[in-house]
Design a binder for this molecule. Structure first.
Ligand code: GRE
Ligand code: ZN
Length: 320
């Protein structure tokens, strides 16, 4: 019996660490799990792990918090160096890597210019921002020039989580951090804060100001597809400004499967957003590649829909 040919696979939440930028990072998760060699690799180790799982292309992005906790003027020059080195890695492995850049969000206008530089000069596919930018949610008006430029360039901004705000850790999580450190990250804290970030962006008016803005959420939309009906219904109740949350979310957001290989969550997301809005990703090296591509073989979708998720939607959104 003929077996299906291996599908072409693009994954777009795949992290690395730049040695200079990451020199100041403290990540118990990376240390405890021995992830550093994988994060450091932009060559053989990484490509072997892609090949083992049948992943053809990784769209590379820096690991959290990337450049979102830099608070001095030197952030602009550092972000440029990080992006230039990433560009070298992409050039060194033709066909295997693409890139999302880092932005020095402490300076929003310089961030807009850096986005334009990496897209037009380096061929980057957009940029990723990680969690709160020095304590500010990304809907803050100071960041709107970044949305304006992303729209002008027609590239997406990927909203990735980072360590939650210290006041949130103190109020919500601290008793559990010692025994369950992942409550702060992939276990819960990351998703709640990033979903909040997305909700605030929809409510802020930035999407009406720049109607073509395209945003990506990882982790199967950080729970928002499951909650979309309820958020939309509640935001439409008397006393709220008139808005269609659901419509705005469906128009501006794409989601990836990074770190969330759940068939029920995928089917819910398809029902809420449509299969065109969902793109395969792993979240390597925080999550292993093989369980991701093996999971996709089991999802109850036709080949045409799987192909959209595995490569077609990414090709269209990222113009690959
Ligand atoms: C992730 O990208 O998923 C991630 C981090 C940092 C810690 C844990 C984690 O970037 O899952
Ligand atoms: Zn990630």
């Amino acid at each position: 019996m003929a077996t299906d040919p291996k599908p072409f696979v693009i994954a777009l939440e795949e992290h690395y660490w730049d040695a200079e930028l990451a020199a100041g990072f403290k990540s118990p998760e990376v240390n405890n799990r021995g992830l550093r060699p994988k994060l450091d690799s932009l060559g053989e180790l990484r490509i072997d792990a892609m090949d083992e799982a049948g992943i053809d292309v990784q769209v590379l992005s820096h690991g959290a918090p990337a450049t979102q906790r830099l608070d001095s003027d030197s952030a602009v020059a550092l972000a440029r160096r990080v992006n230039d080195r990433l560009h070298e890695a992409v050039l060194a492995h033709p066909g295997r890597f693409e890139a999302f850049g880092v932005l020095p969000t402490v300076d929003p206008l310089a961030s807009a210019d850096e986005l334009e530089r990496v897209v037009t000069k380096h061929g980057f596919k957009g940029a990723m921002v990680h969690g709160l930018a020095n304590g500010l949610f990304f809907d803050d008006r100071r960041f709107w020039p970044i949305y304006e430029r992303a729209r002008a360039l027609d590239v997406p901004l990927y909203l990735h989580p980072a360590m939650p705000h210290p006041a949130v850790i103190e109020a919500y999580y601290k008793e559990y951090v010692k025994d369950f450190p992942s409550i702060l990250t992939a276990g819960w804290g990351f998703g709640v804060e990033t979903a909040t970030q997305a909700i605030r962006i929809v409510l802020s008016g930035v999407l009406e100001a720049y109607p073509g803005v395209k945003l990506i959420l990882g982790h199967m939309g950080e729970g928002l597809p499951f909650s979309l009906w309820r958020i939309d219904q509640a935001m439409s109740r008397e006393g709220n400004r008139t808005t269609s949350f659901r419509e705005a979310f469906r128009e501006h957001f794409w989601i990836t499967t990074s770190g969330n290989f759940s068939t029920p969550a995928l089917l819910c997301s398809i029902m809420e957003l449509g299969v065109e809005r969902i793109m395969f990703s792993v979240d390597w090296p925080y999550v292993d590649n093989v369980p991701g591509t093996e999971w996709m073989k089991t999802v109850p979708l036709c080949t045409a829909d799987k192909d959209k998720i595995l490569h077609g939607n990414a090709r269209r959104l990222l113009k690959m």
